[in-house]
Design a protein. Structure first.
Length: 326
């Protein structure tokens, strides 16, 4: 098959996805992925095609002859017959190689779409759990429960959001990243932030970078630590400072001088647990800490150690903190 950028081939990427590369080849692929943003975009798009074929759902519907003929005709690709032609020869394939063949067809169709500037579109829904997804530009979306998005990544980068999501956006000065809700438009170049539809409007919290929030000609610019609030009743946009407790996606919680009573409330929302403060005076102790990808048990052990408290697990997902006040 053809070369992607002169030194790495689609064949090698297929073998990488099949986990058939040796150490040197894996290093070559990973270096290629990390060297350039465009390479990362290509890899995530190829992986998406691979994941579709690997699910098994699309395999019965893939007409290999017709699809490959279309790709070959429209891209004048003269190489790349090896995997696909083996299917026609009647040779017995293992399941993994049949998947690889289907993936090659999808990859070829993807490159044809890219040459015709077709955007990569993805829609996904989070029901009872967080859903994490990388887009074709390598940006990350972490969708909160009871939320959904429609995404289109091409000459423009557009996300239509219903609910709440955390974004880590790959910088691209030529292609702003736009998040639309029913009420407001949020535009960025490269940053990390939350957008949440609330009962009274929309809330945007900025973790890194700069974000612009707009509605009907009015706009505000937000920096790290700022919170943009659209109030549906007044119709106004406001720039406020962040709360002392913040969550970023499904991975990170930040407390900045947060009263322990609020910390407990926040943790009980973030984790499916019950936490009891035996001594009411503990509610006024203030915690400054960041927890990333930590289990609730470890979070509570850190809190207990910080304030010299006794931690007791009452039953599954139920804990008690006791000790003197601060």
């Amino acid at each position: 098959m053809g070369s992607l950028d002169g030194h790495i081939t689609e064949d090698l990427l297929v073998r990488y996805l099949l986990e058939e590369c040796d150490a040197a080849e894996r290093a070559q692929v990973e270096e290629w992925i990390n060297t350039d943003k465009a390479n990362r975009e290509e890899f995530y798009a190829l992986k998406k095609a691979w994941d579709i074929s690997a699910s098994g759902e699309s395999l019965p519907e893939v007409d290999v002859d017709a699809a490959w003929a279309k790709v070959s005709e429209q891209t004048q690709e003269s190489s790349g017959e090896a995997v696909v032609r083996d299917i026609n020869s009647g040779r017995s394939f293992g399941w993994a190689y049949a998947v690889a063949a289907a993936a090659v067809v999808l990859i070829g169709l993807f490159f044809f779409d890219r040459m015709n500037d077709a955007p990569v579109e993805m829609n996904f829904v989070a029901q009872n759990e967080f859903v994490s997804q990388h887009l074709a530009d390598s940006s990350l979306i972490v969708l909160s429960p009871d939320s959904k998005v429609e995404t289109s990544i091409g000459d423009e980068r557009l996300v239509k959001l219903s609910g709440k999501a955390y974004f880590e956006v790959t910088p691209d000065k030529e292609r702003p990243f736009v998040v639309e809700t029913e009420q407001v438009v949020v535009t960025v170049l490269g940053t990390a932030f939350n957008v949440e539809e609330t009962d009274t409007g929309v809330r945007t919290e900025v973790r890194e970078g700069k974000v612009r929030m707009e509605i009907e000609g009015e706009q505000i610019d937000l920096l790290a630590g700022d919170v943009g609030i659209y109030d549906e009743i007044s119709g106004s946009l406001q720039n406020k400072k962040a709360r002392s407790a913040q969550t970023w996606g499904d991975r990170t919680i930040v407390f900045n001088g947060t009263p322990l009573g609020e910390v407990v409330e926040h943790l009980q929302i973030f984790y499916p647990v019950t936490i009891v403060l035996v001594n009411e005076e503990l509610t006024n102790c203030r915690l400054t800490a960041t927890f990333a990808d930590e289990q609730i048990g470890e979070v509570l052990r850190v809190i207990a150690s910080t304030f010299d408290l006794q931690l007791k697990e009452l039953k599954s997902n139920a804990f008690e903190l006791d000790g003197e006040g601060c």
